[in-house]
Ligand binder design. Structure first.
Ligand SMILES: [Zn+2]
Length: 405
């Protein structure tokens, strides 16, 4: 008897494609499916049969009639199988459990600190999967796999995290995270960078549904980007998600952790905003933030900027303008129909979002069309990476070409 997580391996590619279509377009009639796929109704019914027999799709409701008998609508069975999506970052780990329609059924998270070694993180994820499935009254056998969206660089196929920067705990170099988590949980694991996961979720199930060219930026401790171009994820070297963040914007600029000078991240990340703030205070600049300088964090600076604190406003605006300049280059190159900006800096600062998008618009060619392609936070907002990781898993099961493997 095959394991539940092998459920999709038994299906042929036509049937997998049909499942994918029903998942994204359902509830849907067989006639509509036949029209979308170009398959004859008899062929369509043959390909659909295994999906119905395995309980992967069900007749969900009855559609509107154009005269005569009302047609049956088919959709993915929301109760048959479930997926775990994990957003593993430098400051927290978030976990969601979704059904195969990619609805979030529960979300949980824990902080990542000095003690968060790979081993401890894996133990916590594993415990959380068990307790969350229990809370949802889901039989653990119905969990078909785990997707992880994490920080690059990584070797996607071997599942090794190479040397991610800014993890507080030691031990994160050359970690075979995929194999370790698969060993611990007994479930298959897929790993990719978190920004790729997020852009996948937004493009297939969120704000960019139906679009083929979507850019996703997550502005936080680093600047993380995921891009779908002509319907396929753009694959960077070592699946790094900070390739855009390390675009050189000033050849004579400040030294960056990557070894270059003047990268976008050197000006526009939380780390660089904090550094700049401390530097300006040391130089004697005044701020209205009534806290000890050492206890001031980026949220204080974002809030103070919104309340017209000159120094905070200046620093946030400068950081956003530099990001916007890089973004204009990126937009000219990729011609996206949607650019989603998200992450802590965007969520905490309207000034950051407004300045960045204004500058990007001014400096790129699309200003002539006056079309607004920007969106704050997307549909999934803070859950985009975790949901995207679950999407990554199912798309992998379906051998979807969007993954760009
Ligand atoms: Zn750099």
């Amino acid at each position: 008897m095959p394991q539940n997580f092998e459920v999709f391996t038994r299906l042929n590619s036509e049937t997998k494609n049909l499942f994918s279509l029903i998942q994204k377009a359902g509830p849907i009639t067989k006639n509509h499916l036949s029209h979308l796929t170009g398959l004859k109704l008899s062929t369509l019914i043959r390909y659909m049969q295994p999906l119905e027999e395995m309980g992967l799709i069900i007749q969900s409701s009855i559609g509107d009639s154009t005269g005569g008998r009302k047609p049956a609508l088919f959709d993915v069975n929301k109760y048959k199988y479930f997926i775990v999506g994990v957003d593993l970052s430098r400051t927290y780990t978030k976990l969601v459990i979704t059904n195969l329609k990619m609805d979030i059924l529960a979300e949980r998270q824990f902080p990542m600190d000095k003690s968060s070694s790979p081993e401890k993180t894996i133990d916590l994820i594993s415990e959380l999967i068990g307790s969350t499935a229990n809370y949802l009254k889901i039989d653990p056998k119905k969990l078909i796999g785990i997707g992880i969206g994490t920080v690059g660089p990584l070797n996607r196929s071997s599942g090794v995290m190479i040397n991610p920067a800014n993890f507080e705990a030691p031990g994160w170099s050359n970690v075979p995270f995929k194999a370790m988590l698969a060993d611990k949980t007994g479930l298959p694991v897929i790993i990719d960078n978190g920004a790729n996961a997020a852009v996948l979720a937004e493009t297939l199930f969120g704000a960019g549904k139906g679009l083929k060219d979507v850019v996703y930026l997550n502005c936080g401790i680093g600047i993380r980007t995921g891009v779908i171009s002509s319907g396929t994820i753009v694959r960077t070297i070592n699946d790094a998600e900070d390739a855009f963040g390390h675009m050189v914007i000033d050849v004579d600029g400040e030294a960056c952790i990557c070894g270059n000078f003047g990268c976008i991240e050197t000006y526009s990340s939380i780390v660089s905003i904090m550094k700049r703030f401390v530097l300006e205070i040391r130089k004697g600049k005044k701020t209205g933030i009534s806290k000890q300088p050492v206890t001031i964090n980026y949220v204080d600076i974002c809030n103070a900027a919104e309340h017209n604190d000159d120094l905070s406003k200046e620093i946030i605006s400068k950081a956003a303008a530099i990001l916007g300049t890089g973004l204009a280059n990126f937009i000219n190159l990729l011609n996206p129909t949607l650019v989603i900006l998200s992450g802590p800096l965007v969520n905490h600062s309207k000034i950051f979002y407004n300045t960045c998008t204004y500058v990007a618009m001014q400096k790129c060619y699309i200003k002539k069309t006056k079309k607004n392609i920007f969106m704050r936070s997307g549909k999934f907002n803070e859950n985009a990476i975790a949901v995207g990781a679950a999407v990554l898993f199912i798309e992998n099961c379906l051998n979807s070409s969007i993954l760009g493997y």
